[in-house]
Design a protein around this ligand. Structure first.
Ligand SMILES: NC(=O)c1ccc[n+]([C@@H]2O[C@H](COP(=O)([O-])OP(=O)(O)OC[C@H]3O[C@@H](n4cnc5c(N)ncnc54)[C@H](OP(=O)(O)O)[C@@H]3O)[C@@H](O)[C@H]2O)c1
Length: 289
């Protein structure tokens, strides 16, 4: 029997880079894989490619622009109509935005896609994850968290916007969320861990103009291949040795000590509360489980 047979896995940002590589590897291991994509054509192409290469027909695609909270709610609802279980959720979709953009919800794009989407989607799927134990959540963060600052007085970066600080704030948010969620889920059989992949040669950082065009080129030169960058998330999703491991951060499949600020419990709780307010989630979602 294949390692992930009978497991249902959802991967966001599955149309490119590490998300695509993670989804392909899980399909190869026999899992049913739900790709989350925002573009229908891309989603279908990647779904067909993974089906063909893995020989696994159990690859599905669901659509959501994760910059929209309504789209995230619809995604969770559609998933629950089609599937009764979810064993692995990989929150991976993210990006770097060179200019300040706002979402349909009026939120700054980096904070919305790279942090709040992880927070909202996970909370909306916690019931189906807890009904599927053992289940695993993997949050793809970044070493940029080390220079991150949660600017509670200007979370939406209205006063001064710069791409890297906004990105670092959101990626620190991923770790604060991971630690707080692990505490809330202790003893439930649902584990949550994070990955900081290091530089990986993907589409990350593309979309800039002028001199900023150099950013993806730098990642292509210094970065490892997407398949290598995805390996830690794949291990966290599938390795029997990691069963029950929770509340940890991994780099190149080894546990990593994340920044002191990411481990600050008061900060974790404060961001959780603010994230609940910004996503309109009921205060007790994770605690009720
Ligand atoms: N590459 C690195 O060096 C590096 C380092 C540390 C951490 N990371 C993190 O790794 C994760 C994956 O990035 P990657 O390097 O694989 O980059 P990538 O190749 O650019 O892939 C990003 C994925 O996210 C999706 N996405 C972006 N915005 C979305 C939205 N609003 N709604 C739905 N999907 C959206 C993209 O969809 P489309 O295909 O439609 O664009 C794509 O599938 C990100 O969280 C990133 O922050 C990357």
């Amino acid at each position: 029997m294949q390692l992930m047979q009978h497991k249902i896995c959802m991967v966001t940002g599955a149309t490119s880079g590490m998300g695509k590589a993670t989804a392909a590897a899980l399909a190869q291991l026999g899992a049913t894989v739900i790709l989350v994509a925002r573009d229908q054509r891309k989603g279908e192409v990647v779904r067909d490619e993974i089906r063909t290469q893995s020989g696994n027909p159990q690859v599905d695609v669901l659509y959501a622009d994760l910059a929209s909270q309504q789209a995230i709610r619809d995604l969770a609802a559609t998933f629950k109509q089609r599937y009764q279980h979810l064993h692995v959720l990989v929150n991976n979709a993210g990006g770097l935005f060179f200019r300040r953009e706002t979402t349909v919800d009026g939120l700054e794009m980096t904070f919305a896609v790279d942090h709040l989407a992880y927070f909202l989607l996970t909370n909306l799927l916690l019931d189906v994850l807890t009904a599927s134990v053992p289940a695993r959540i993997i949050n793809v963060s970044s070493n940029a968290e080390r220079i991150g600052k949660i600017a509670f007085d200007d979370l939406q970066r209205k006063r001064r916007y710069s791409a890297f600080p906004a990105y670092a704030q959101a990626k620190l948010g991923n770790l604060l969320f991971t630690y707080e969620l692990a505490r809330r889920l202790a003893g439930t059989g649902v584990t949550v861990n994070a990955v900081t992949p290091g530089p990986v040669a993907t589409s990350f950082g593309s979309g800039g103009r002028g001199l900023r065009k150099i950013v993806p080129l730098v990642f292509r030169v210094i970065g490892i291949r997407a398949e290598e960058g995805a390996q830690t998330a794949i291990d966290l999703a599938s390795s029997p040795a990691l069963e029950g491991v929770t509340g940890k951060v991994f780099y190149h499949s080894k546990e990593l000590q994340s920044s002191p600020q990411s481990r600050d419990v008061a900060l974790q709780q404060r961001l959780w509360q603010v994230s609940e307010t910004l996503t309109g989630l009921p205060v007790t979602t994770a605690q009720q489980l």
